[in-house]
Design a protein around this ligand. Structure first.
Ligand SMILES: NC(=O)c1ccc[n+]([C@@H]2O[C@H](COP(=O)([O-])OP(=O)(O)OC[C@H]3O[C@@H](n4cnc5c(N)ncnc54)[C@H](O)[C@@H]3O)[C@@H](O)[C@H]2O)c1
Length: 338
């Protein structure tokens, strides 16, 4: 059985990736510092014979190196990061620590380990910045990040490519669009909307709700990452997207329609409420994902509507998931500082 490391494996995408990899017969070592956004819900019934957890900051090069030497994994998926744009506006420090220094230390540990190991670094569509016309970003497009979050991810992507070129580290980068699905931290848009629908609360939409995002069901992202592990070429970046862009207002309306069609009773307070916009809020991200489709034969399987229905039903029947987090964390408005 092949051993791999997943960093940030206690977060939303990381925990779904671990579940997916174990289903595909991998042994997974999860390295996670367990920040505010970790959750053990998705991993609670994980097969312990195929899984170990180390509570560790990826900046701790010495310990990371020890884990590498002891386990000799064939690959590392790096998902450890600070991820919430609003938080990066309020306190960018932590983003520099985890997303830039963390990646630097991981690269240094890999360099010192010196055996053949493949690094798959999970980046984002946000590094390409605001795509205001109808076009879609391709892998060779210049980076133009707008927030401290996307700037920190862009910096780590550049560092990684420099280690490929200079030190011959075997690394690939994936740039994925917005994920949704089971187990996402409740301050992100879709779980916030679902929580508020289930609790008779208004549905807060930034600005006029015209900001458009490309959406992918988290398991489709995980299949893309596995394709990169198996067939991705050293020094290459791969966009992972669905081509499905929806603005926040229409997404909220779609969710409300799902609820109505399922004849779920909702309270009178469940109404769209426009709230102050995020400073520097990008209008649109959109990826051209032809490269991964052509070269690695990957394509998304889930339609947005079916994925959204599945996601709503998951949160409804796993309502206990929300109890893992302090309510203060997801009711407090963040990211308004200028
Ligand atoms: N969520 C999305 O839509 C999306 C889209 C594209 C790319 N990404 C990228 O995917 C990755 C995972 O995103 P997510 O949505 O699952 O985020 P998340 O916030 O749910 O999870 C991040 C995890 O990383 C851990 N972590 C943070 N700093 C760490 C450190 N220094 N050392 C060890 N662990 C640390 C946290 O404890 C948490 O468990 C991130 O790199 C993010 O940039 C996310």
């Amino acid at each position: 059985m092949k051993k791999v490391i997943v960093t940030g494996g206690s977060g939303f995408i990381g925990s779904n990736l671990i579940k997916f990899l174990i289903k595909n017969n991998y042994f997974v070592i999860n390295i996670d510092k367990n920040t505010y956004s970790k959750n053990s819900y998705i991993l609670k019934n994980i097969n312990k014979k195929k899984y170990i957890f180390h509570k560790l900051d990826i900046n701790n090069k010495k310990e990371v190196l020890k884990i590498l030497k002891k386990n000799k994994p064939s690959a590392i998926f790096n998902l450890a990061a600070e991820t919430h744009v609003d938080r990066s506006i309020d306190s960018p420090n932590q983003f520099i620590h985890s997303n830039i220094y963390g990646v630097f230390n991981l690269l240094e540990a890999i360099r010192e380990y010196s055996r053949k190991i493949k690094l798959i670094h999970i980046s984002t569509d946000e590094v390409y910045g605001d795509i205001k016309d109808k076009s879609r970003s391709s892998e060779n497009d210049p980076y133009n990040p707008s927030s401290p979050y996307s700037a920190s991810k862009a910096s780590s992507d550049h560092l990684i490519m420099s280690y490929v070129r200079t030190f011959d580290v075997d690394a690939c980068i994936s740039n994925c669009c917005n994920n949704y699905g089971p187990g996402q931290f409740p301050e992100k848009l879709i779980p916030t909307l679902i929580y508020n629908i289930l609790n008779n609360r208004p549905l807060p939409i930034y600005g006029k709700g015209v900001n458009s995002r490309e959406w992918i069901f988290v398991e489709d992202h995980c299949r893309g990452l596995l394709a990169i592990l198996k067939k991705g070429k050293k020094g290459e970046s791969y966009n992972i997207g669905t081509g499905i862009n929806v603005n926040n207002l229409n997404l909220t309306k779609m969710l409300l329609n799902i609820v109505r069609n399922k004849k779920i009773k909702i309270g009178n307070n469940v109404k769209i409420k426009f709230v102050k916009d995020r400073p520097g809020h990008d209008l649109r991200y959109a990826l051209n994902s032809n490269k991964i489709k052509k070269k690695l034969k990957w394509k998304p399987l889930k339609t947005f509507k079916s994925g959204l229905i599945e996601t709503f039903l998951w949160y409804q029947s796993n309502y206990k998931f929300f109890n893992n987090f302090s309510k203060k964390l997801f009711f407090k408005r963040l990211g308004l500082k200028r």
